[in-house]
Write a protein that binds this ligand. Structure first.
Ligand SMILES: [Zn+2]
Ligand SMILES: [Zn+2]
Length: 196
């Protein structure tokens, strides 16, 4: 059976790039719209309708005294959503950080930018503070303003969520130490000029 499958062009996103069945090697397919040659690696599942579908979930009915999944009642509940509290089966549960949430809540919380635990983007204050401490050295009269600003921001954001991946305070601390040294240098300069 030789069925023809298609792919999207990686360069211009045009649909309909013909993909031939391969033996696990990289195919070179030119895009008819933009002319770019795409490297395509077709997996066997693309041409096998049986493996092309996700496996269907086996029923796992709740036993006597066990709770049923809120979304698939024919499956037994194994997890509790830490956000809305419904009991769900593994198929309907997702781990987010250290929490377990149901898929409905996951979708809802990911679109809620105000929820710190579920942000998909986060401002990296430590990078901002470190940049604020280092960059103005090139325009050193600005240090009178930027050094105290970096230090204040450092204290202000000491407990702010740092990053979606685990990250230490090291950048924040380095930025604050540099700012402190700059303030000391400014103080020394003022003292030196005043007592001359
Ligand atoms: Zn293209
Ligand atoms: Zn939930």
């Amino acid at each position: 059976m030789s069925s023809l499958r298609t792919a999207h062009c990686a360069s211009c996103n045009a649909a309909g790039l013909p993909v031939a069945e391969g033996n696990g090697q990289l195919l070179q397919v030119a895009c008819s719209r933009c002319g770019k040659v795409n490297d395509v690696l077709p997996f066997p599942a693309l041409f096998n309708p049986a493996t092309g579908k996700p496996p269907s979930l086996t029923d796992d009915p709740p036993g006597e005294g066990e709770s049923a999944c809120f979304y698939s009642p024919q499956r037994k509940a194994t997890k509790e959503c830490s956000h809305c509290g419904v009991l769900v089966s593994d198929a309907w549960a997702a781990a987010w950080g250290s929490k377990t949430v149901c898929l409905k809540c996951l979708e809802h919380l990911r679109s809620d930018a105000k929820n710190v635990d579920f942000q998909s983007k986060r401002l990296l204050w430590d990078n901002i503070i470190l940049t604020l401490a280092i960059l103005p050295i090139l325009f050193y009269p600005a240090l009178v303003i930027t050094a105290p600003a970096a230090l204040i921001l450092g204290f202000w954001h000491w407990n702010s969520p740092r990053s979606l991946i685990p990250r230490t305070r090291i950048r924040l601390i380095i930025g604050m130490v540099i700012a402190l040294l700059q303030i000391a240098a400014i103080g020394f300069l003022i003292y030196f000029l005043a007592t001359r």
